[in-house]
Write a protein that binds this ligand. Structure first.
Ligand code: NAD
Length: 458
């Protein structure tokens, strides 16, 4: 469903009228195209200390023009504020105020990225206050930015540094058009096991080379619910990034599924994921054709909305069966199989409804909050191995699912995010492709919202 209002306010006269009336003026977002430069204009790295210095050096190695202070009037592609040494709230003032000068100079689609240490990993109240303070300040900056610009954070865990491969991977994700609809979000980054980052590190240290445009080359990925909507886009983006894709959906969607698989240059497999033997059939298909399964994207999902007072068992049970019970059963079988790679990735679709709740969606929210619980527990079980599991929680995404919302409510829902628009399936797909790549090797057990910093609920 096209967002006609967004198209309209991005033309001259209607745009001026919307401004005069104080109406929302969503910008056309900067989305990723392979081969794009990470930053066309200089990037500010503010903050002092070895971590900030090392990061600035790294960016120079990526052929980015780096500034350590704002130059009056000079436009910036991004501003990175490094606060890894913040020990008390007073330490935030100078870098945050400099950031305040920088945001005025950001180009449309500009980026703010904060890098700081985890508030959960210090016992010192002043240090915890400083670290948590960065979180609050960055979320507020995200609310304030306009012109399709976003603000996000990277939280260093344990011994992670500003230049660890996963820190740099997360930074590249936030700087690039891949994260167009990710706003006001924080990625916890830990030191990743050596075997899963070797390829990425080699690619990024080669002078000026950056990561390859096909970061998933040679990987085999299964995407459930791939016949349409977000799942079809995930299949397409994973294939663009080099993966061999197995597209899975119910037999009734067979024709559409075959088209998606063809476009992705992969194979189609008609399986209802609620069947007890679903995982066995997928593992057999992948094992025979490709030998190894690297990436599993649990995307298939349904809604059967009703107020709880009017809910019947059929609606409740079907949503739980598709959205969470099948994932739990499949993961058990996939993890027990020798076909699943030792550096395997699992990415599950949650929803902002599973974080904030949503009227008429108690069954759906139970299933999607269930996904988040599952990912946390399984992520903890993966600690110390090279496997990861993460969830992606979309907000309002323009698909058949949201086209069913009555027109007025749909218009309101679109504007209720910091980016004042719905996301596109490709925005969810790009985040999943990032989490599936070596660049995200140190990101595990987390939930990444792709919601444009939705203002409702959490
Ligand atoms: P969609 O309804 O357009 O597509 C879902 C696909 O899953 C369909 O092709 C369907 O046939 C398939 N599917 C359903 N049950 C299945 C089963 N038992 N076995 C195999 N395949 C099955 O939905 P979408 O909007 O593309 O959403 C994709 C995922 O993203 C879902 O998990 C959804 O809950 C989640 N999500 C979507 C939004 C949004 O705004 N669209 C927001 C938050 C979360």
């Amino acid at each position: 469903m096209a967002d006609n209002y967004l198209d309209l306010v991005n033309t001259s006269l209607p745009g001026r009228i919307a401004k005069a009336l104080g109406l929302p003026r969503p910008s056309v977002l900067r989305r990723y195209t392979p081969g794009e430069a990470l930053a066309e204009m200089p990037v500010l790295v503010t903050g002092s200390g070895a971590g900030a210095d090392a990061l600035a050096d790294q960016l120079l190695g990526w052929d980015i023009e780096v500034r350590r202070h704002v130059l009056p009037g000079e436009k910036l592609s991004a501003a990175i504020v490094v606060l890894d040494r913040a020990a008390a709230p007073a330490d935030l003032a100078a870098p945050m105020l400099e950031l305040g000068q920088a945001v005025k100079l950001l180009v449309p689609g500009g980026r703010v990225v904060g890098i700081f240490r985890s508030p959960a990993e210090t016992a010192d109240p002043a240090e915890a206050a400083a670290r948590q303070g960065v979180d609050g300040a960055l979320r507020s900056v995200a609310h304030e930015l306009r012109g399709g610009a976003t603000a996000n954070g990277i939280i260093l865990r344990g011994a992670a540094t500003t230049t660890d491969p996963t820190t740099l991977g997360a930074l590249r994700f936030f700087l690039s058009g891949r994260s167009a609809y990710v706003d006001g979000q924080f990625l916890d980054v830990a030191v990743a096991p050596a075997e899963s980052v070797a390829e990425f590190a080699a690619a990024t240290t080669a002078e000026g080379e950056g990561v390859p445009d096909r970061p998933l080359a040679g990987r085999t990925a299964v995407v459930t619910g791939a016949a349409r909507g977000i799942g079809a886009k995930i299949a397409e983006v994973l294939a663009r990034d080099g993966a061999r894709v197995v597209a899975v959906d119910v037999p009734a969607a067979g024709e559409q599924l075959a088209q998606v698989a063809n476009r992705a240059g992969g194979t189609a497999l008609q399986v209802d994921i609620t069947e007890p033997e679903a995982a066995a059939r997928i593992l057999e298909h992948v094992g025979q054709r490709y030998g190894v399964l690297d990436i599993v994207v649990h995307n298939a999902g349904i809604t059967r909305d009703k107020l709880l007072a009017n809910m019947d068992a059929a609606r409740w049970d079907s949503v739980i069966a598709v959205n969470i019970a099948s994932q739990l059963r499949m993961n058990e079988q996939i993890l027990a199989s020798p076909v699943f790679s030792a550096t395997g990735r699992i990415i599950s679709l949650a929803s902002t409804s599973g974080i904030a709740g949503n009227r008429g969606q108690s069954n759906y929210a139970a299933s999607k909050a269930g996904v988040i619980g599952m990912v946390r527990a399984q992520g903890a079980a993966f600690d110390g191995s090279a496997r990861t599991i993460n969830a992606v929680a979309p907000g309002f995404i323009e698909t058949d699912m949201t086209a069913k919302i009555p027109p007025l409510r749909r218009q309101v829902a679109r504007r209720l995010s910091s980016l004042q628009q719905g996301g596109l399936p490709v925005d969810v797909a790009e985040t999943i492709a990032f989490l599936a790549s070596d660049a995200a090797a140190g990101i595990n057990g987390q939930v990444v919202r792709v919601c444009g910093q939705n203002l409702v609920g959490a």
